[in-house]
Every structure is written in C-alpha cells, then in structure tokens.
Design a protein around this ligand. Structure first.
Ligand SMILES: Cc1cc2nc3c(=O)[nH]c(=O)nc-3n(C[C@H](O)[C@H](O)[C@H](O)COP(=O)(O)O)c2cc1C
Length: 144
C-alpha cells in the first residue's frame, strides 16, 4: 500500500472540510492508504508517508500558529523522494498555501499538484477541486 498523509490545521472548520474532500479523492485510488490528521497529532507518519498533502488557513498573512509550529518539524525527517501538495482556506489574501508549498519544495518534496486556495467555506466547486487534488497526488505516487 502507498501512504498519503494529509496533515492540516483549521480554526473554524473550512480547511478541515477541504482536508476531508482531499482524503476522499486520494482514497478513491487503488492501493492507497490515507492518514488524515490535524498537525498537532502527527507523529511517525511523516517519515512513513509516500506523499504529504499539507493544509492550513491563512492568519495574519501566514499559516495558522499550529502550522507554523509544525513546518520546522519537516526538517527532522528526510522528505526527498516524497510527493506533495499544499492547500488551505483563506479570507482575503491567502498566503498560507503558497508558504507551505515553498517549505515543502525547499525540503526536497516533489510538488505534483497545483497549490489550492479556497475562499471561506468550500462550496461544491471548491470541494471538487479538493477531491481532484487528492486524486492527482495519489495517482502520481502509484504510477511512477
Ligand atoms: C485571526 C485571523 C486572522 C486572519 N488573517 C487572514 C489573512 O491575513 N489573510 C486571509 O486571507 N485570511 C485571513 N483570515 C481569514 C481565514 O483565513 C478564513 O476565515 C479561513 O476560511 C479560515 O479557515 P478555517 O475555517 O480552516 O480556520 C484570518 C482569520 C482570523 C480568525
């Protein structure tokens, strides 16, 4: 089985809804096991995962506090050869997903899907984009 870790933070639930739709898309691919966790609960899954999909809301033009605390932990494991992508909900400026993407890239993760930002609570179109993100990442690791 290939493992996809979806690690996210959320304050009012919007990024959580996105994360669940990303998980749905990834799970629809054969031979993929999805681990969906809030960043504060992530432990050894980081090293084990074949792909990391990381999401957070933007707060004060940055990823939320729990995500800012989490991102330095990515330096403690080798991320080379892992696939990844970033996502998050935002209100008006939406910097967090881009910052997460850059952090993943700097640590050697292969970014395999376009960074996804959704304004506010995801509507049907936004949820479809999340499903598609999960599917794209999962098919990338199973078809290399
Ligand atoms: C304290 C605070 C600061 C915020 N700052 C920003 C910001 O700088 N830029 C932005 O685009 N959205 C900002 N937002 C809006 C959130 O990103 C937006 O409400 C998002 O949908 C929240 O996602 P969540 O439900 O996953 O927490 C802020 C929200 C809060 C509560």
């Amino acid at each position: 089985m290939f493992k996809v870790l979806i690690a996210y933070d959320t304050r009012t639930g919007n990024t959580s809804q996105m994360a669940q739709a990303v998980a749905e898309g990834a799970k629809s691919v054969d031979e993929v096991e999805v681990i969906l966790k809030k960043v504060k609960e992530v432990r050894g899954e980081l090293a084990d995962a074949d792909a990391l999909i990381i999401g957070a809301p933007t707060q004060s033009k940055q990823p939320s506090k729990a995500m800012r605390d989490f991102l330095p932990r990515l330096s403690k494991v080798s991320l080379k050869d892992k696939a990844g992508a970033a996502f998050g909900s935002y209100g008006w400026s939406g910097e967090a997903p881009g910052i997460i993407e850059k952090t993943l890239r700097d640590k050697g993760v292969r970014i395999v899907a376009e960074t996804l930002k959704v304004k506010g609570m995801p509507d049907e179109t936004g949820l479809d984009e999340c499903v598609s993100l999960g599917y794209t990442v999962a098919t990338n690791i199973t078809h290399v």
